[in-house]
Design a protein around this ligand. Sequence first.
Ligand SMILES: Cc1cc2nc3c(=O)[nH]c(=O)nc-3n(C[C@H](O)[C@H](O)[C@H](O)COP(=O)(O)OP(=O)(O)OC[C@H]3O[C@@H](n4cnc5c(N)ncnc54)[C@H](O)[C@@H]3O)c2cc1C
Length: 419
Amino acid sequence: MVTERNWAGNYGYRAPRIAHPASMAELQDLVAGAGKVSALGSRHSFNDIADTPGTLVVLDMLDVGISVDTQNMTVTVSGGTRYGTLAAELQRRGFALHNLASLPHISVAGAVATATHGSGDGNGNLATAVVALELVTADGTVVTARRGDADFAGMVVGLGALGIVSRLTLDIEPSFDVAQTVFEGLGWEQILESFDALTPSAYSLSLFTDWSGPTAGQAWLKNRTDQAVLPGGLPEFFSGAPATEARHPLPGVSGSNCTQQLGVPGPWSDRLAHFRMEFTPSKGEELQSEYLIPREHAVEALRTMRSLSGMVTPLLLIGEIRTIAADQLWLSPNYGRDGIGLHFTWRQDEPAVKAILPLLEAELAPFSARPHWGKLFHGTEASLAPLYPRFSDFTALAGRLDPAGKFRNAFLDRTVFGR
Ligand SMILES: Cc1cc2nc3c(=O)[nH]c(=O)nc-3n(C[C@H](O)[C@H](O)[C@H](O)COP(=O)(O)OP(=O)(O)OC[C@H]3O[C@@H](n4cnc5c(N)ncnc54)[C@H](O)[C@@H]3O)c2cc1C
């Protein structure tokens, strides 16, 4: 048994072996010869999604460098590259990604595999930037797929079920600056009355709340200076006031671990995430869940969440509301629908969190809530399959690429394959 645990420490991988292949040939031999195998990214998921009863494969030794193609405006990286490393290098060379998650510490392949997202009405999740990928499949064969190829849209958000992604090519754009401003004390009444006016107020907007009381906690507005929607220096925003010092999403925690705020413009790579690469993101001692809801149900879902405050708030460190644009990636929780993300950073009390999740999911079911694949949720294949129009196409694709189920694990059996 390996001794590795996930980032939050709530899950200990049960795999008996862990391998760090240093070349493609080594990776291919390893996969071809393995009985069961799974890719492990930077271990930031909160569940057993990356585990295997065989060999865990970590790509930290398989460095293919970071190569920018200025003609096609793309960058190619190893699956194990972390967003923080990639963002710093792109910025140094004058380029940008369209968005980042709340933290830069996660691996590109691991984030893409679970449709990890940031925020912004016009921003697809991080997987939508994938132009091409290279995959080592069950028999050790290297398969490549590009946007537009048959099955490509099924391969990107792959949940580790299709093979080991060795290389990814992502869209890039010219570097841009972002100014981040935090407002505090936004009124729930104003938010619910004008939600459709609120979220386009920034390139990326996050609302942090514990769902209790008449005001939501904080709004983090990240505006591109080349397309600022909201003029800086606003005295008031949805009846909230601008913070006068750096804030952390968690009440009472110092803002010094967070990216620069107070409207000071700076590179996208230092502003689009909430947390800085050099520090522990969020709290560390926590659990997380998240549900993606279609935009047309947003206000009703927010009202429902407020009504559930008595159940949810005591277990919460903080909640976050973000927006994500629709995509066409088969198992993306944003497939076919613009939406909002209702995120929960829970206290690290797993039995209590696991007890609340079925109740929460029952309340959010009328909104066709799809859970974040990398966080804690209760649903299984029976409840998830009807939520995804291309679900059976995905299982068929997995059957073709991995007929013996080498990459399947308990998580995939429970949530995707239904056994
Ligand atoms: C503090 C914190 C903040 C977070 N913030 C956000 C956020 O803002 N937005 C959001 O959407 N999510 C967020 N998450 C969730 C996180 O982004 C996802 O769980 C993501 O999948 C983690 O990536 P990872 O590299 O750690 O992958 P892991 O957890 O190691 O693995 C996740 C999945 O990816 C697969 N995988 C990894 N590498 C490969 C590969 N090379 N080839 C094939 N499959 C692979 C694994 O097999 C597994 O299925 C956060 C998590 C934490 C701990």
